[in-house]
Design a protein around this ligand. Structure first.
Ligand code: SF4
Length: 160
């Protein structure tokens, strides 16, 4: 079977989208809506959260159809998605990344480690949770969070 025929037969495989919740996030400095640029920041994760985050932006969950786009620099970002407990070595890079993003901006703590250090609580290399170093606007729970939960959270950023 030719590739083209296979594509036609397979059709669209993206997960069906739930209706928008309308629970758009409000910011003191304005609104982020319609389209947001996200910078992922790993401050010490086991990479489980990154795998699910990558899935969320892959062809099945396809977060970009809701206006959420990953960018390579905090200079281009409206939102920082932070994963992992903050290790001692990553405290300064996290704070510098936060300062490099223009305002208004949001910080999302992705996964239990980012929220409260999770399974790494008390680890010798762990300096604290994300909110101990930068202001966190909302959290997505899970170890790791399911792409459905990540998508639901990210859609709150765009209101779509
Ligand atoms: S929340 Fe779970 S999957 Fe995510 S970084 Fe922590 S241990 Fe890994």
């Amino acid at each position: 079977m030719s590739l083209f025929r296979k594509i036609l037969r397979t059709g669209r495989v993206t997960e069906r989208a739930e209706p928008a919740t309308g629970a758009e996030l409000m910011l003191a400095g304005g609104r982020l809506r319609g389209s947001v640029q996200v910078r992922a920041v790993d401050v010490g994760s086991c990479n489980g959260c990154e795998l699910e985050l990558a899935s969320t932006f892959g062809p099945v969950y396809d977060a970009e159809r809701f206006g959420v786009r990953l960018v390579a620099s905090p200079r281009h970002a409206d939102v920082l998605c932070v994963t992992g407990p903050v290790t001692h070595n990553m405290v300064t890079p996290l704070v510098k990344t936060y300062e490099a993003a223009a305002s208004p901006k949001l910080v999302v703590a992705v996964g239990d480690c980012a929220r409260n250090c999770g399974v790494f609580t008390g680890g010798y290399g762990v300096a604290g949770a994300v909110s101990d170093f930068v202001p966190v606007d909302f959290e997505i729970a899970g170890c790791p969070p399911h792409p459905d939960d990540l998508l639901r959270g990210l859609r709150r950023l765009t209101g779509r």
